[in-house]
Design a binder for this molecule. Structure first.
Ligand code: S3P
Length: 181
């Protein structure tokens, strides 16, 4: 059984472009909590952008940096943490994150994600001509992992970031009120 600490973190999970950072920031504002973005921690630690880490050091090295940043981020409670889209594919990362709080899966269709990421050049895994095809392929493997890992799933296809954040804030308050009693 997973033991959730008294002031659980909220961890935003989901595919690239699902809104983890945007919604995560709004949730943090709504709850008066600190927001932490794991990709930002990795970039700061490496002193180079993610595309550069992939190019110079490879994906495995990026994943090691990512796991290290997650371990650092969960040392403190009551945060809102956005992890990169590949972070929860690691069973170790999932265990660490689950022990640190609640996981919120922001779901979206490949078409929605493709639209949001159309002009993006910061995602090395999507650096292919058929981006929506790649997203669809990756989601076949990743979708079930996100869905199983998430304590809450929020559909974002037809939801604004504000609406999604509102739903997460209300859900978190209900949960933590119950835990505190
Ligand atoms: C990745 C997602 C990215 C970033 C890296 C790898 C992935 O983060 O960590 O490009 O494997 O899905 P975002 O989900 O924040 O874009």
């Amino acid at each position: 059984m997973v033991r959730i600490p008294p002031q659980p973190n909220l961890v935003m999970i989901g595919f690239m472009g699902s809104g983890k950072t945007t919604v995560g920031r709004l949730v943090a504002q709504g709850l008066g909590r600190e927001f932490v973005d794991i990709d930002d921690l990795v970039v700061r630690g490496a002193g180079m952008p993610i595309t550069e880490i992939f190019r110079r050091e490879g994906e495995e090295a990026f994943r090691r940096r990512e796991s290290g940043a997650i371990d650092d981020a969960v040392r403190y409670p009551a945060r809102v943490i956005a992890v990169g889209g590949g972070a929860v594919l690691s069973a170790d990362n999932r265990t660490v994150l689950k022990q640190a709080g609640y996981l919120v899966y922001l779901r979206a269709s490949p078409e929605t994600l493709g639209g949001r990421l159309a002009d993006d050049s910061d995602r090395p895994l999507l650096n292919v001509p058929d981006r929506v095809g790649r997203i669809r392929d990756l989601l076949v493997a990743r979708g079930p992992v996100y869905a199983t890992a998430g304590d809450l799933t929020v559909d974002t296809d037809q939801t604004s970031p504000e609406q999604a954040a509102d739903r997460v804030v209300r859900w978190y308050r209900e949960r933590t009120d119950r835990v505190d009693r």
